[in-house]
Design a protein around this ligand. Structure first.
Ligand code: ZN
Length: 104
């Protein structure tokens, strides 16, 4: 049971962008906030690597929210936070130090 608590995925918001689009709830064209989130895998609460990005759309007119399928343009504007690569970076640095110590 404890093993289940020490690894998993987390989601953090990474940015918000406004866009004019159609709302299926209030049936009007209005400004929407697109909130993009990064999901990453962690072990012992240390981020290992980012997995994917999700977007949620909020309508300014009626306040409804729904999932949103991002195109590549929007995805490319929002980067995963650098710390979601933390454990992977530590492992790479450790391997590099071991290799360098063998050379000297
Ligand atoms: Zn709406």
């Amino acid at each position: 049971m404890l093993f289940l608590l020490i690894k998993g995925t987390r989601t953090v918001p990474i940015g918000v962008e406004e866009q004019f689009m159609f709302c299926s709830n209030c049936r009007s064209h209005s400004v929407h906030d697109i909130m993009v989130s990064s999901r990453y895998f962690h072990v012992y609460n240390i981020p290992v690597m980012p997995l994917d990005k999700h977007a949620t759309v909020f309508c300014h007119t009626c306040g409804s929210q729904r999932g949103f399928e991002m195109d590549k343009d929007i995805k490319s504007r929002f980067k995963h936070p650098w710390n979601t690569y933390l454990l992977a970076a530590i492992v790479v640095i450790f391997i590099a130090l071991v290799v360098l110590s063998k050379l000297w």
